[in-house]
Design a binder for this molecule. Structure first.
Ligand code: TTP
Ligand code: MG
Length: 350
């Protein structure tokens, strides 16, 4: 007998996280529309508070566009150090309840609380009360038998609310949900499905599973399960990693250091964001730049340094590029290697 036990999964998502922190720390901002960001070279908002959202201001919106929608918008620069500190405090609160914590970003995590006797609804409200008491910030929660539904449900009573979906109600909960609400169904896929005449999970699951396999392969089968509210994925606590990197293969080879440097600027923005979101507890040991040339020959330049530093990345890029022998680059990688707790570093970067 291997009947799987009903699980209790909680998804916690902080309410307009960065903006809420800025309002908490600067009472003069309260009641005003606030956007956070604009400090990166792309000049986009990382988030906006609810006041600003009424005007249509959103995450990832260029600052000039946000100001067009809401001329009163107060724009404050990001303070990642502060967000990281609050994120760590929130995670510490989670850890009082369970070790099974899977952070998705600084402000979001799944918790598996199956082993706790209390109802998930009570556990979630206790966690949210502690967060409010200890950080002054509000969080919303979804409580459900799996990650899929918990994540969708945490949005249902935002801000400062929570929504529970009982196991027996999972299929009902999904029925009228638009397909694009399912994580992993992007805009393109949603359009394609719409072209096949299905908009909601209820409509999708009316078509037989094998038919979806025929049309979309394994993805189609998995989506069919999701549409019934079924999701067996476990909550995966973060396992410590050795390094973090991103690489980019260009559609056309890049011929100059200047072009590479411009490309690297955008990639470093992304790397910095990833570091600030998922690896806040790790110490950086070294910085690495990798190039692959048009003849597929590759080279890496690495330097020991305790923190993310754009100047050093630029020097590493120059160093790697100087080995090009005039060949253009087809791929650029940037990354950091972390200190290992045990002191051993054997895994290869890239
Ligand atoms: P979200 O949880 O998506 O947004 P939020 O917490 O600001 O608002 P909500 O109440 O709807 O949950 O993202 C969490 C934080 O991550 C957000 O405060 C800022 C940051 N962020 C970015 O930097 N860029 C982005 O594109 C998004 C979506 C978020
Ligand atoms: Mg949030």
């Amino acid at each position: 007998m291997f009947e799987s036990a009903v699980r209790k999964i909680i998804h916690i998502d902080m309410d307009c996280f960065y903006a809420a922190i800025e309002e908490r720390d600067n009472p003069a901002l309260r009641g005003k529309p606030v956007g956070v960001g604009g400090s990166s070279r792309r000049g986009v908002l990382t988030t906006a508070n609810y006041e600003a959202r009424k005007f249509g201001c959103r995450s990832a919106m260029p600052v000039f566009m946000a100001l067009g929608k809401c001329p009163e918008l107060v724009i404050v620069p990001t303070r990642f150090d502060v967000y990281k500190r609050d994120s760590a405090r929130i995670r510490e609160i989670f850890s009082r309840f369970t070790e099974l914590i899977e952070p998705l970003s600084l402000d979001e995590a799944f918790l598996d609380v199956t082993h706790i006797a209390e109802p998930g609804t009570i556990i979630a409200s206790r966690i949210r009360a502690l967060i409010k008491e200890e950080t002054g910030l509000t969080a919303s929660a979804g409580i459900a038998p799996n990650k899929l539904i918990a994540k969708i449900a945490s949005d249902w009573r935002k801000p400062d609310g929570q929504f529970t979906v009982a196991p027996a109600k999972a299929a009902d909960f999904m029925e009228t949900l638009p397909l694009r609400k399912i994580p992993g169904v992007g805009g393109k896929m949603a359009e394609r499905l719409s072209g096949m005449g299905v908009e909601t999970c209820g409509e999708y699951r009316e078509v037989e599973k094998f038919e979806w396999v025929r049309r979309l392969g394994g993805y189609g089968a998995e989506l069919w399960e999701r549409c019934w509210g079924r999701d067996e994925r476990p909550v995966n606590p973060d396992s410590p990693r050795k390094s973090l990197s991103i690489e980019n293969t260009f559609s056309e080879n890049l011929h100059s250091l200047e072009l590479l440097d411009r490309e690297m600027g955008v990639m470093l923005d992304e790397l910095e964001e990833k570091l600030s979101v998922r690896h806040t507890d790790r110490r950086v040991r070294s910085l690495v730049v990798k190039l692959k040339f048009s003849d597929f020959q590759r080279t890496t330049a690495e330097r020991a340094n305790g923190e993310f530093d754009r100047g050093i990345f630029r020097e590493l890029l120059e160093e790697a590029e100087s080995r090009s022998e005039g060949k253009p680059a087809r791929l650029l990688g940037v990354g950091v290697r972390f200190h290992d707790i045990s002191g051993t570093e054997q895994m290869e970067l890239f």
